[in-house]
Design a protein around this ligand. Structure first.
Ligand code: SAM
Length: 228
């Protein structure tokens, strides 16, 4: 059975091109993943299919109403529901690992000033953030999650080793990578990589991973194996 990912959004057209190209497009074509884009307007209220309203208590902008989102989410078959919000827990690789092993994942995209809090409290399993900054809507985060999750599904990335050895595996950043030419405009590739000595190359890579992580992301070294 393939994994199903559902995205709830008021801008379904946002996803047209990115989900049709590259490995995600191929994974959909070959049935490794099924991605449904659910247009929240279908659950809008009244003739104008209203999905937002002014905030109680006053304040700028509009808030996405509880009813259309709640009805859309309750209409779905058994699934793990995730709301994108800057107030959520920041996503990391281990969270993507967990989601990639699920049969069904649903991603809820907010817009405007955000979503009525009752959705966060009663209709989703998790609230997650894509980082400490604010975007216009959750769609860009949904795409990041989809790419991150789909590439972990068995059979999507041709060589599984490339998924196992990259950044954040084992709490480290990946080492630097080079390809031809060996010298470009006086900038040379580290000699050890052309030595053919795989023991030395492994040592060099390990050392680079450790050094990079210590200097750029020392916080990673303090986390547990789940990245928390
Ligand atoms: N008023 C909200 C606040 O201050 O936290 C920001 C609302 S934002 C303009 C609209 C929507 O974009 C949010 O409901 C959420 O779905 C999405 N969004 C924006 N930044 C995000 C982030 N860092 N992580 C996850 N979702 C985000």
């Amino acid at each position: 059975m393939s994994m199903r990912i559902t995205v709830v959004t008021i801008f379904p057209e946002y996803f047209d091109s990115p989900l049709g190209v590259s490995l995600v497009g191929r994974a959909r074509e070959t049935g490794l993943v099924e991605i449904d884009i659910l247009d929240l307007r279908e659950y809008g209220i009244g003739r104008h299919r209203q999905i937002d309203d002014a905030p109680f208590g006053g304040g700028p902008g509009m808030v996405m109403m509880v009813e259309p989102l709640a009805r859309a989410l309750l209409d779905l078959e058994e699934t793990h529901r995730v709301l994108l919000t800057p107030a959520g827990v920041t996503i990391n690789q281990s969270r993507l690992d967990k989601w990639s092993s699920m049969d069904s994942l649903t991603i809820v995209c907010g817009r405007y000033e955000g979503v009525d809090e009752r959705i966060a409290e009663h209709y989703v399993e998790e609230q997650v953030s894509i980082g400490d900054y604010v975007t216009l809507g959750g769609e860009v985060g949904a795409l990041a999650i989809i790419e991150g999750v789909v590439r972990l599904i068995k059979g999507v990335v041709g060589n599984p080793e490339s998924v196992d050895t990259e950044s954040f595996r084992g709490g480290m950043l990946e080492e630097p990578q080079y390809t031809r030419p060996a010298d470009y405009d006086g900038f040379a590739v580290p000699e050890v990589l052309m030595s053919g000595d795989h023991g030395q190359i492994d040592l060099w890579r390990q050392e680079q991973r450790r050094r990079r992580t210590e200097t750029r992301r020392p916080d990673l070294l303090e986390r547990d194996e789940l990245g928390n």
